[in-house]
Ligand binder design. Structure first.
Ligand code: HEC
Ligand code: HEC
Ligand code: HEC
Ligand code: HEC
Ligand code: HEC
Ligand code: HEC
Ligand code: HEC
Ligand code: HEC
Ligand code: HEC
Ligand code: HEC
Ligand code: HEC
Ligand code: HEC
Ligand code: HEC
Length: 458
């Protein structure tokens, strides 16, 4: 403490010396110091401290030796100011400069200043900058900080919340961000961290990413969703919508949503933002526009009508062709195994292709002869479901295809349904009919020579 007084005295003397008033010392220091000859500059400042304005120097400077014009502080440490200002040090958490040294003049000029609140620095932010560099090298600054405001959130002296926050940290952001608050209150699906952990994603002061995000999506999201990162990055079939910049935000909202799984819209609408047009996946491989597949179609496949894309597709990445949730062969011919049709059998009974004869498992039968079994259940060139069915929608009943790609040619199937059966006249074999009640007697036909070798596509 001695050191402080020494410094104080030296300062006082040196100031007086340097301003040339050392010789003409006032004999009665109190009340006469603000005369034109002495410390007149104190009263010329835009803001003058109460006691200084009154010329009451003694309340802080106790004369030591009036002849030598030396003084000591009227009270020790923070008491000097707390004599009149009691509020600043009453809070639970004190700002380090007040706590450790109790020294108010680290930020304030005790006499007055041209700045608000007698700050020694021009603005509040400049004052904080003396000791903190919270926005160093940041490209994007938070609104209040860009305006040089630190004390809208922090109390410079002390507070009842940690980090010198003047407002309950859980409410802090909502005092200004009403829109976000209302979304969180009203929307049914609220993202877990948005319930109180805004700083899990935003840096409150600023950041190098837009919206003050601590990182860009998808990295931002991966920091908590490692499982999704694994799927997105290591799946055999990836979805570029998930791996590109800002990806997750193409489909998800970060805070809250009216749609399940925090989606920005219903899945089908989200998918249509990109799949409303053909997409060139790689050279020569074109993904058909989804919209074109369902537009004007008489029959939509059950889950498509329900807009349940997730019944068949994953969004983030998959081990199966076309991001399917389970296996479904991309070819027209495949050796039969149950697993190959995991997709279809997740909703339709597998027994419809496992039983040779049936009276009820399927309508695709001639008498009791199960024609599904006959076509699909073959060790070598089993016909996959896609040889006869489309997946998303069709104009023919039972989603029978209009045609089958055959090289570059679309080979017409010419399916006709009757009350008790049906018939087709594909270019690949003779016209065939089937009838569940009065089974058709087949003359010995030549074995079907269907030889479509096309890859994907329906
Ligand atoms: C509220 C308390 C307070 C009042 C009132 C006050 N001073 Fe000071 N004064 C201080 C403190 C504290 C310092 C030391 C400042 C520092 O360490 O930076 C100081 C320093 C000084 C100095 C040294 C140079 C400087 O400006 O830092 C002079 C000269 C001085 N005061 C004169 C006066 C005069 C004259 C008056 C009355 C018109 C007065 N003071 C009123 C607290 C006060
Ligand atoms: C003798 C009483 C007294 C002492 C001691 C005193 N002050 Fe003050 N202070 C006042 C008065 C009176 C005001 C004017 C109150 C007002 O304007 O609301 C004031 C106002 C202030 C303000 C507010 C300015 C504003 O814009 O609202 C600050 C900052 C301040 N004092 C800092 C200090 C510091 C720092 C010390 C210690 C070096 C100190 N005071 C010591 C009486 C005192
Ligand atoms: C770290 C810097 C800093 C220190 C140290 C500091 N203050 Fe302040 N003080 C400020 C700032 C900045 C403001 C202006 C707040 C604003 O504009 O919202 C302020 C405002 C004030 C005010 C005006 C009323 C209020 O509370 O906002 C008073 C009085 C005051 N300080 C007194 C003190 C006293 C007494 C001490 C020492 C016990 C002290 N200050 C220490 C930075 C500081
Ligand atoms: C004289 C130096 C100094 C000034 C000026 C200063 N601070 Fe500090 N501040 C410190 C020190 C020292 C600490 C404690 C060490 C740390 O956390 O960096 C601290 C800590 C803090 C903390 C963290 C408190 C906690 O609980 O971890 C906040 C917030 C803070 N200061 C805000 C401000 C604001 C706002 C201003 C301007 C009004 C300001 N500081 C001005 C020195 C200063
Ligand atoms: C919008 C409110 C807000 C504003 C404005 C604000 N801060 Fe903060 N500040 C916070 C919050 C909230 C924390 C706590 C962050 C955390 O715990 O992750 C914090 C933490 C701090 C810390 C503690 C260390 C750190 O970086 O976590 C310091 C120092 C600090 N702020 C200084 C400042 C300064 C200096 C300014 C003005 C340039 C300022 N703050 C403006 C809200 C704000
Ligand atoms: C004192 C008022 C205030 C408080 C408190 C506040 N903000 Fe802000 N915030 C603003 C203003 C002003 C803007 C700029 C608005 C604009 O540009 O449209 C802003 C902008 C933002 C932005 C968007 C930045 C951009 O680039 O558009 C985010 C994100 C944000 N604030 C998050 C937060 C978080 C998180 C908190 C709580 C830790 C918080 N804010 C507390 C006033 C505040
Ligand atoms: C999971 C990460 C995450 C959390 C947690 C989070 N945000 Fe955000 N926030 C974002 C992202 C990402 C954006 C940018 C949205 C965009 O570009 O579409 C954003 C944007 C904002 C914006 C700009 C306006 C807007 O809505 O686009 C504000 C304001 C905001 N957040 C405030 C908050 C507040 C307040 C909290 C805490 C209640 C919070 N955020 C929690 C990730 C998050
Ligand atoms: C700070 C950690 C954190 C970050 C960062 C984060 N999340 Fe989350 N997220 C969670 C937690 C916790 C849950 C709830 C538990 C769960 O489902 O894993 C969750 C759940 C979700 C859910 C499921 C919601 C539901 O109703 O089923 C989605 C979707 C989601 N997050 C997307 C995102 C996106 C997109 C981002 C990046 C913008 C992101 N998350 C960033 C922690 C985080
Ligand atoms: C193309 C749209 C789309 C994109 C891009 C996307 N998602 Fe999703 N996400 C969805 C859909 C749709 C669901 C709901 C899935 C369901 O119902 O099975 C979902 C569900 C989730 C879930 C909760 C259920 C689960 O699978 O764990 C999390 C967490 C999630 N997404 C995180 C992310 C993250 C992180 C990213 C960015 C890497 C991301 N999503 C990108 C569409 C998307
Ligand atoms: C932001 C644009 C975008 C959105 C939104 C989007 N996709 Fe995609 N999708 C693509 C692109 C680009 C490709 C082709 C490149 C690739 O394989 O990633 C693709 C490919 C696909 C494929 C074929 C994958 C393969 O392996 O051949 C399927 C299936 C698919 N998307 C389904 C969906 C579903 C379902 C949704 C809605 C939940 C959706 N997409 C939303 C852009 C998008
Ligand atoms: C019953 C299962 C099923 C449902 C439900 C389903 N899809 Fe598909 N989808 C498939 C299959 C199988 C393929 C592969 C088509 C092929 O190559 O034969 C596919 C392919 C796609 C493709 C790639 C382009 C193409 O046609 O080859 C897109 C895009 C797509 N689906 C989007 C969607 C969207 C959006 C929904 C929800 C409205 C949806 N799908 C619902 C089974 C389904
Ligand atoms: C997510 C469940 C689901 C999956 C997976 C699924 N379907 Fe369907 N499918 C349905 C529903 C629901 C209906 C409508 C049933 C009804 O109307 O009786 C339907 C109807 C059909 C019909 C027409 C039946 C009729 O009565 O007109 C055919 C053909 C069909 N599915 C074939 C397939 C094929 C082939 C696959 C595999 C690529 C498949 N489905 C995968 C749910 C599914
Ligand atoms: C050789 C052509 C062909 C193949 C291959 C084929 N289907 Fe069919 N499927 C039909 C015909 C024709 C009908 C219509 C029967 C009727 O209503 O008369 C049908 C009807 C259906 C129905 C409606 C219910 C029923 O059984 O009558 C479902 C579901 C179905 N098929 C699923 C599949 C699945 C799953 C596969 C692949 C494992 C598949 N189909 C393979 C021709 C085929």
């Amino acid at each position: 403490m001695l050191k402080r007084i020494d410094k104080f005295v030296i300062l006082l003397i040196s100031a007086l010396v340097s301003s040339g008033f050392a010789v003409e010392k006032p004999t009665t220091p109190q009340g006469t110091c603000l005369t034109a000859e002495c410390h007149a500059d104190y009263s010329k400042r835009a803001y003058v401290h109460g006691p200084t304005a009154l010329g009451d120097c003694k309340v802080c400077h106790k004369p030591l030796n009036p002849q030598e014009h030396t003084y000591e502080p009227a009270r020790e440490g923070p008491d000097l100011c707390q004599y009149c200002h009691l509020d600043q040090t009453t809070k639970k958490y004190l700002h380090d400069p007040l706590e450790k040294k109790g020294d108010c003049v680290q930020c304030h000029d005790p006499h007055g200043s041209d700045n608000n609140s007698f700050l020694s620095s021009r603005t509040v932010a400049d004052s904080c900058k003396e000791c903190h560099e919270v926005t160093k090298d940041m490209k994007f600054l938070h609104g209040p900080i860009a305006a040089g405001e630190c004390t809208v959130c922090h109390n410079p002296h002390g507070s009842d919340y940690e980090r010198l926050l003047d407002i309950d940290p859980n409410e802090l952001c909502f005092t200004c961000h009403e829109v976000t608050m209302n979304e969180l209150k009203k929307f049914e699906f609220v993202h877990e961290p948005a319930k109180g952990e805004c700083t899990g994603c935003h840096d409150v002061h600023g950041a190098n990413n837009a919206q003050m995000l601590i990182d860009e999506a998808p990295k931002l999201c991966y920091s908590c969703h490692e499982d999704i990162q694994k799927i997105a990055e290591t799946s055999k079939y990836k979805h570029s919508a998930v791996t590109e910049k800002d990806s997750c935000l193409l489909c998800h909202t970060p805070h809250a949503s009216t749609v399940k799984s925090g989606l920005k819209d219903t899945p089908i609408k989200l998918c249509m933002t990109c799949h409303d047009k053909p997409i060139e996946k790689s050279k020569g491989e074109i993904l058909e526009a989804f919209t074109a597949q369902i537009e004007g179609k008489k029959f939509l496949h059950g889950p498509v009508a329900e807009q349940d894309c997730a019944g068949c597709h994953t969004s983030h990445g998959s081990e199966h062709f076309r991001l399917l949730v389970k296996e479904y062969p991309p070819q027209f011919y495949a050796p039969f195994s149950k697993e190959n049709y995991g997709l279809c059998f997740s909703c339709h009974s597998e027994s419809m292709v496992l039983t040779r004869e049936t009276k009820n498992l399927t309508d695709f039968r001639n008498g009791n002869v199960n024609l599904h079994f006959l076509h699909v259940n073959k060790e070598r060139r089993g016909r996959t479901c896609r040889s006869c069915h489309t997946t998303h929608a069709s104009n023919l009943p039972r989603h029978i295809r209009k045609s089958v790609p055959y090289g570059k040619w679309e080979l017409p199937v010419q399916y006709k349904k009757t009350k008790t059966g049906g018939s087709c006249e594909p270019g690949c074999h003779l016209p065939y009919a089937y009838d569940r009640r009065a089974p058709v007697e087949y003359k010995k036909p030549k074995p079907p020579t269907a030889n479509a070798t096309t890859k994907g596509g329906q």
